[in-house]
Design a protein around this ligand. Sequence first.
Ligand code: ADP
Ligand code: MG
Length: 685
Amino acid sequence: MTQKGTIGVTTDNIFPVIKKFLYSDHEIFLRELVSNAVDATQKMKTLSSFGDFKGELGEMNVTVKIDKTAGTLTVSDRGVGMTEEEINKYINQIAFSGAEEFLKKYKNDANTIIGHFGLGFYSAFMVAKKVEIHTRSYAENAQAVMWSCDGSPAYEMTPIEKDSRGTDVVLYIDDDNKEFLEPERVAALLQKYCRFLPIPVVFGKEQEWKDGKYVDTDKDRIINDTAPAWTKKPTELTDEDYKKFYSELFPASDEPLFWIHLNVDYPFKLTGILYFPRIKSNLDLNRNKIQLYCNQVFVTDSVEGIVPEFLTLLKGVIDSPDIPLNVSRSYLQSDSNVKKISSYITKKVAERLQEIFNNDRKLFESKWDDLKLFMEYGMLSDEKFYERAQNFALLKDTENSYYTFEEYKKLIESNQTDKDGNLIYLYATDREAQYNYLEAATSKGYDVLLMNGQLDPHFIGLLEQKFTKSRFVRVDSDVIDNLIRKDDKEKNTLTATQINRMSTVFRSQIPSLEKAEFIVVFESMGETSNPVMITQNEFMRRMKDMAAMQPGMSFYAEMPNSYNLIVNIDHPVVKKVIDQTESVCGAELKPLEEAIASSKETISQLRSAQKDKKPEEISQEDKDKLASAEKQEQESEQKENAVLTDFATQNSSIRQLVDLALLSNNMLKGEALSNFIKRSVELMK
Ligand code: ADP
Ligand code: MG
């Protein structure tokens, strides 16, 4: 006898809502129906294993079929099936309280709605105009029934003949969703959502190559791997198994560096395998390679909110029935289970790396360069991870040796502590370009770190916060004695007059370079150090490095690079230039220098006398005196400048010294470089 009724929905009609609003995620209906079939099959197995079912289980595959002519997609199982009462209970009675409000809020998020209402089965109406359930319960002598519903709250139930135990869910696909009658589309969906389901899922037949084309064989094609690696015990798996699983998940990937097999039962259930990929650069491209499963059903591959941000650089699978999957993201982030899971994974990842570090330091070091970006990102973004990682994170020096933070501190402590007790970490970003400075540092017995990674500018900042009384200084940011100031020992100095003369002499020979400013500085660096060097202020350079990475800081990016041109007054060639300046220009300069000094004196006297007066209180005579003194000073300075520039231009060794310094910083280019070469050849004559 046919039974008619209305589905227990308090809101007028759920179906238009399901159809209309859930447009984005239509495809998940297949996941829902296949997983219902799998659930029913697993229940059947359980009943049998407990002896509550004594009959033959028979073949237990779940089958997905499409029939284009009938316009149907059918999901069949040989699970527990349903009696009429069970259909009433599980299918017909769906209680929606506050449904309308909720639907409005989440209208674009099918997952959320389905999860909230336990609507898995009803998601069929997202793509079907009519749905039938043909089912026969496993219970002895059960009457098979067919339930049918055309998308209105009205349904029909009729007794039917059905030979086999289990359920067929038949979807009459509506016109807007014809894509779900295409074998390729359905195969792709099964591959996405059902690839690792625990019960074999059949879709179509195995094919073979015959008479120049592929033809179906008699053999069912099973689309899933029912026992993926993460469901096994770590002891059952070899390294090869792990690598094989990785290449199945991520074909065409490099071999992973390490992996970690997660397995917890309490306080939540979670299994999974996370792989550490090689990351050299481009952090963003490596995101979203963790797939989230719920009892082997694929849910999503965007895991933000579930694992800490930096762990989204890892690849692999996480499977947990305890993550509330069918809810909105904002809800996820505040869920206490999710928070626990998140900190559990961070802890496990750190422990695993620590374990590899402890057991096989060589191996760990050999993979460090590929792991470094991940580690630094983790330490920068997650305080807890920093705390754990500081014990096994490595620093690499320019000699390719690796040290833990603690080891490195011990290494440099005695030789690289400055007079104020600060520990100075020297670093280079480019072994080739900074070779000169590197050499100067190593010849002093200093160790120099190699910090050439994408995140190193930030990471250096972090380490400076974490390490007490420590500073990081790039080798080319100052002359070696100033990088690590050891004492205030007396050094050679120039007189004020000499400094004045030499500044003009050297400045006049610096070619004008785009976006570069030079300050001429004199240092006593010993006879064997280079005569002239170029350094770049650490602070300014860092600011510019940061600016290059952060769009908001264009102010710094626009500023010219400020360099110091450091002249080593101990160097014989420089000494010679100083002496020659005196012998060649001294006589001519002296009166000019005296004139400048006396003009300056007059100017400062006049200024201090006029300082507190208003302009109208100053006599014209005094105003004129000041103007003429200023003019005189200017004229004398111009003459002095001309004499020195003239001398410097005649004396090709000055330009040669400047060019050599530029050259060793890779700053001598174009015409300046060509002139340098010509001049060098000239000098050899
Ligand atoms: P859920 O799977 O979360 O319980 P669904 O809406 O997907 O919610 O299914 C509702 C109920 O209908 C299931 O709990 C189950 O009792 C029953 N059901 C659905 N599909 C099948 C099936 N293929 N075989 C047996 N029972 C089923
Ligand atoms: Mg379900």
